[in-house]
Design a protein around this ligand. Structure first.
Ligand code: NAD
Length: 350
């Protein structure tokens, strides 16, 4: 199993070092190959996504990605900015399905903005379509509308795009509690009516999965009222963008949240949801758990070794139970540790 390791910028190399240490502990036949990306790619080859890095990403079975970006590169022309690397990888690999789990470890429930009893034990997965919808639909622009300017965008989804994201959600639900809630705005939008129809038709092929539908405004409310009612949520690009950020705040710290972007053949790019955190880079205080949990997702979804994924997730739960905390999730009475100590503790728990 070949894995492209792309550490990136800022805290990227620090957190990726912990995740690779954890992966090497598993005793699996993994080949880990590292390449520069983002600002580091620009420094190495004058491009945020150097040709060699892209070639490695294409050949590998999965990609483990740290984070990219630094104020130093903000003045570069758009094509040379670090963030372009992520867009380039998504496009080149056809990564259309974004998987964002939001899980609250019982020990961290106090860190959430919601009451602990609403939060404790929360475990939901948001499956967001990543390459269609109003973000990419044509026509779009700003035009003259009789003496004033008018901005316009087009929401579009093809049946084939809806069907494939629905299948990702149903397959993911089979690895979980077998419930899928499809979120749309079918009471107002034509696109959503088609969405609902196609998702329901796909569901017929998954009789073991329970499908429900919900309007996006209600879903936004239910996520803070009673988030534990959900198992898998599947939705389009625009609604998923907003709901996945809302769900991530339920968990308290962005230092804990992994994500995946998958293509049709099951290959994926796995990364923490947070950025390169330049404010704490190089100080050894970043939380590596989101990246370690991203590695676990990679084992489950692309490398098809779910037991190894569970071992990692169990080890993370164990270190939290033992009271270890990086600064971002620290509360009084716990043991404050740095990035490397946290990685070592997960390895020891394994
Ligand atoms: P950020 O996620 O990097 O940081 C936001 C805040 O959270 C900071 O205070 C940071 O210290 C903290 N934080 C983030 N990750 C943490 C961790 N693992 N442990 C402890 N604390 C953590 O977002 P930002 O500050 O808005 O962006 C910084 C840079 O990252 C920018 O250049 C931005 O473009 C880039 N970015 C990259 C990605 C990506 O690579 N996928 C995503 C978002 C932002």
């Amino acid at each position: 199993m070949r894995v492209a390791i792309l550490p990136g910028d800022g805290i990227g190399p620090e957190i990726i070092a912990q995740a690779t240490k954890v992966l090497r502990t598993l005793g699996l036949p993994l080949e880990l190959e590292t390449a520069p990306v983002g600002g580091a790619g620009y420094e190495a080859a004058g491009d945020p996504l150097p040709a060699k890095t892209l070639a490695l990403a294409k050949e590998a079975d999965a990609i483990l990605f740290g984070a990219v970006g630094d104020a130093r590169y903000d003045k570069l022309e758009r094509a040379k900015r670090p963030e372009q690397a992520i867009l380039g990888l998504r496009k080149a690999l056809g990564l259309f399905a974004n998987l964002r789990p939001a899980r609250v470890h019982a020990e961290l429930a106090a860190a959430s903005a919601l009451k602990p009893e609403v939060e404790a034990g929360l475990d939901i997965l948001i499956v967001r379509e990543l390459t269609g919808d109003i973000y990419f639909g044509e026509p779009k622009g700003v035009r003259d509308a009789g003496g004033e300017r008018e901005g316009f965008d087009t929401m579009r989804y093809r049946e084939s795009e809806i069907g494939r994201i629905a299948r990702v959600a149903f397959e993911a639900a089979r690895k979980r509690a077998r419930r899928v809630c499809s979120v749309d705005k079918a009471n107002v939008l034509e696109t959503s009516q088609l969405w609902r129809e196609v998702v329901s038709a796909e569901a017929a092929k998954y009789p073991d999965i329970e499908l429900s539908h919900m309007y996006v405004d209600n879903c936004a409310m239910q996520l803070v009222r009673n988030p534990k009612q959900f198992d898998v949520i599947v939705t389009g690009n625009l609604f998923g963008d907003i709901l996945s950020d809302e769900a991530s705040m339920l968990t308290g710290s962005i230092g804990m949240l992994p994500s995946a972007a998958l293509n049709e053949s099951g290959k994926g790019l796995y990364e923490p949801i947070h950025g390169s955190a330049p404010d704490i880079a190089g100080r050894g205080v970043a939380n590596p758990l989101a990246t370690i949990l991203s590695a676990a997702m990679m084992l489950r979804y692309s490398l098809r070794t779910p037991q190894a994924a569970e071992r990692i997730e169990g080890a993370v739960a164990r270190v939290l139970q033992d009271g270890l905390r990086t600064a971002d999730i620290y509360t009084a009475g716990m043991r404050k540790v740095g990035t490397e100590q946290m990685g070592d503790a997960v390895v020891a728990a394994l």
